[in-house]
Design a protein around this ligand. Structure first.
Ligand code: HEC
Length: 153
């Protein structure tokens, strides 16, 4: 990937990763009627929160801290492992952004989750310095986007 494209991708991914943080807290979800829907939204909010930890360091709004980097990436790995489980039940809700396509193509939905878990696992050991943050964020956010563009309204 050429550098300028990297930058565009990064700016886009940071915008979508950090922007939802303000609205996607537990309060917003207490209005969700269904507990399965609330559970999967909470899991996704946690994805966003952990990406936000990395994003803030990259933007130098927080100091680079390898312990926190590893923790955030490990959390993302664990959340990715849990993603197919929290989406297993086909539950539709007016507040949900999940497309029905998830349950029509659950195998490929699962495959994207598995891919995210695998790249998080690999990046957890490989992200050792500030310079490693950008490629790590780009790699992780590609899975987020791949799934959102296909399976989320
Ligand atoms: C395998 C699919 C998949 C992957 C991978 C995925 N997401 Fe999601 N995400 C979804 C779906 C589907 C929704 C909509 C859930 C709903 O509204 O019921 C969602 C919703 C969200 C939301 C909104 C939650 C809310 O408050 O309602 C955030 C934030 C989010 N994802 C962040 C991320 C981040 C960051 C990543 C990557 C680190 C990621 N997601 C990876 C499928 C995925």
């Amino acid at each position: 990937m050429i550098r300028s494209r990297n930058l565009v991708v990064l700016v886009l991914s940071l915008a979508f990763v950090i922007a939802p943080l303000g609205t996607s807290d537990m309060l917003a979800h207490s209005g969700a009627l269904n507990k399965d829907v609330a559970a999967r939204m909470t899991l996704m909010s946690n994805m966003g929160r952990n990406m936000g930890v990395l994003g803030k360091m990259l933007q130098k709004k927080a100091p680079f801290d390898q312990g926190k980097v590893v923790e955030a990436i490990n959390n993302i790995e664990q959340l990715a492992v849990e993603t197919p489980k929290v989406f297993e039940k086909r539950v539709l809700d007016p507040k949900s952004e999940a497309k029905e396509l998830i349950w029509e193509e659950f195998k490929s939905f699962t495959k994207i989750s598995t891919g995210l878990a695998a790249s998080a696992k690999q990046l957890s050991n490989a992200t050792k310095s500030f310079d490693d943050l950008r490629p790590a964020l780009i790699a992780l956010s590609q899975s987020c986007k791949e799934c959102h563009s296909r399976f989320r309204e």
